[in-house]
Write a protein that binds this ligand. Structure first.
Ligand code: C5P
Length: 221
């Protein structure tokens, strides 16, 4: 049974993984499938929300009744999020945003030269979108949710990250070679800025999404 408890709310979700181009044919990317973000978008729409889904390189079919904004890079994702967040009640950053991007973009394909070593790739920092929107809230009472993939000391690192970013909820999951990325399932703990800790047992990404919306709806009041 789906309660329309997000009716009248504008919910913004980012999904997928950014790609940071080196030249017209190459990029630095990550293994995020976008499935968790899409599950969040679908379930929010089912609970009555108006949903903007900022989608980075997923190749997944567009969920019905959701406004999809396609983006490629972290800088583009930031622009799309800032625009959509201006009138949003909730922002969920489920996308894997590259922390760094190549310092330069080669307008032509980078070529190998006989007998020469390759040029090193110099990286510069990308903006931290989650920290930015949490610090400069577009609206009072806006609920902001982040995701964190940790490989060790999951809870302690998650708690530190929640504080550093300044968001209201942080969904922390343990990742490894065969865990989470591209899979249909997830297992996580949702940490709250109020000190709360909500474990979500191993299960479909929809189930984790519903738990996130339960916690968000409570905070929206
Ligand atoms: O710092 P870390 O990348 O582990 O944080 C993950 C969370 O921060 C995710 O919610 C991700 O969408 C967000 N993020 C961001 N901008 C970045 C890097 C991560 O908004 N440049």
């Amino acid at each position: 049974v789906t309660e329309p408890d997000l009716k009248g709310r504008h919910v913004v979700v980012s999904a997928g993984g950014t790609r940071e181009p080196l030249d017209p044919v190459r990029f630095l990317g990550n293994r995020s499938s976008g499935k968790q973000g899409y599950a969040l978008a679908r379930t929010a729409a089912a609970r009555g929300a108006r949903v903007t889904l900022v989608s980075a390189n997923t190749g997944l079919p567009e969920p019905a009744g959701v406004d999809v904004v396609p983006v490629g890079t972290a800088v583009q994702l930031r622009e799309a999020i800032l625009k959509a967040a201006s009138d949003a009640d909730v922002v969920v950053m489920a996308a894997a945003v590259a922390d760094f991007r190549p310092a330069t973009y080669a307008a032509g394909k980078i070529k190998k030269k006989d007998g020469e070593d390759p040029e090193p790739i110099v990286l510069v920092r990308n903006p931290d979108i989650l920290a930015e929107i949490s610090t400069d809230r577009a609206r009072p009472g806006q609920v902001i949710v982040g995701f964190a993939a940790e490989t060790d000391d999951v809870l302690a690192n998650g708690r530190k990250k929640l504080e550093r970013k300044g968001c209201d909820l942080l969904v922390v999951n343990e990742v490894g070679e065969r865990k989470t990325f591209g899979s249909e399932e997830n297992e996580a703990v949702v940490l709250g800025a109020d000190g709360s800790e909500t474990p979500v047992p191993h299960g479909p990404k929809e189930a984790l999404a519903e738990t996130v919306w339960d916690l968000v709806a409570r905070r929206l009041g």
